[in-house]
Design a protein around this ligand. Structure first.
Ligand code: CAA
Length: 258
């Protein structure tokens, strides 16, 4: 498949998607979001791919939804098309592990998109923000909800009400990103982490991801109950037998993805 707004490649077992609208700082126009969804579908269907990295340019991961595209939308336009559409949520619904590798601006929808990945690795140049309030709207792709879960009410409220950007160090301090790395090493490090994940049992990784995600949707008691059920179900897999046998036999496991 050929794309105009993203670059899609594989690095061994890792699918790498690069947002590529440099003139618009990777603003997330409808075409880009559609193409991103198609690329994610392709990687989801490819059993050789064990993890997916989404990145942007050195200057911008993405500077938000495309303001020029949406400026003239009416209430009926956005209501009837359910804008921001389900297409945006595709990353959050992806079953394979996903990493957002963020350098430069991740603003508005760009920050929201990064938060839909399983975790964010940030370059030391990264800047995160929800500046929608400064252009007369509010976050519309989950920002008020996911940012609050990541960083807590006080900081999320300050960011959403003022539009203040935070740098990579502050983003790490408040738990928005898992780690900060030098900008020049961002892609290499993200692919390395993704390769590590892809080298593990794919069904067990999917179960672990599902269990962590449950923490966002449920009470503690329900989440712990769900985790226990998923933990029990790992014992129905050949990979649990292989993993524990390999440990006892002091050798590397050979995963069957079953
Ligand atoms: N939509 C469309 N175009 C954008 C854009 C966006 N979100 N962000 C940047 N661009 C375009 C600029 O219009 C400019 O294009 P031209 O050269 O044709 O004028 C180009 O990208 C470069 O941008 P700047 O000249 O502004 O670059 P800068 O370095 O001076 O500033 C910036 C960088 C601070 C990121 C600034 O571009 C900016 O504030 N962008 C908008 C950020 C924003 O408000 N994002 C939220 C969008 S709303 C949203 O996302 C809703 C939602 O929840 C889904």
């Amino acid at each position: 498949m050929s794309y105009e707004t993203i670059l899609v490649e594989t690095r061994g077992p890792v699918g790498l998607i690069t947002l590529n609208r440099p003139k618009a700082l990777n603003a997330l126009c409808d075409q880009l979001v559609t193409e991103l969804g198609q690329a994610l579908d392709g990687f989801e269907a490819d059993s050789a791919i064990g993890a997916i990295v989404i990145t942007g340019s050195e200057r911008a991961f993405a500077a938000g939804a495309d303001i020029k595209e949406m400026a003239g939308f009416t209430y009926m336009d956005v209501y009837t098309s359910n804008f921001i559409t389900a297409k945006w949520e595709q990353l959050a619904k992806c079953r394979k592990p996903t990493i957002a590798a963020v350098a430069g601006f991740a603003l508005g929808g760009g920050c929201e998109l990064a938060m839909m990945a399983d975790f964010i690795l940030a370059a030391d140049t990264a800047k995160f923000g929800q500046p929608e309030i400064t252009i007369g709207t509010i976050p519309g792709a989950g920002g008020t909800q996911r940012l609050t879960r990541f960083v807590g009410k006080s900081k999320a409220m300050e960011m959403v009400l003022t539009g203040r950007m935070i740098d990579a160090a502050e983003a790490e301090r408040c738990g928005l990103v898992s780690r900060v790395v030098p900008a020049a090493e961002l892609i290499e490090e993200a692919v390395k982490v993704a390769t590590k994940i892809a080298s593990l049992s794919q069904p067990i990784v999917a179960m672990a991801k599902e269990a962590v995600n449950a923490a966002y949707e449920t009470t503690l008691a329900e989440g712990v109950h769900f985790e226990r059920r998923v933990f029990h179900s790992t014992f129905a897999t050949e990979d649990q037998k292989e993993g524990m046998a390999a440990f006892a036999e002091k050798r590397q496991p050979v995963w069957k993805n079953r």
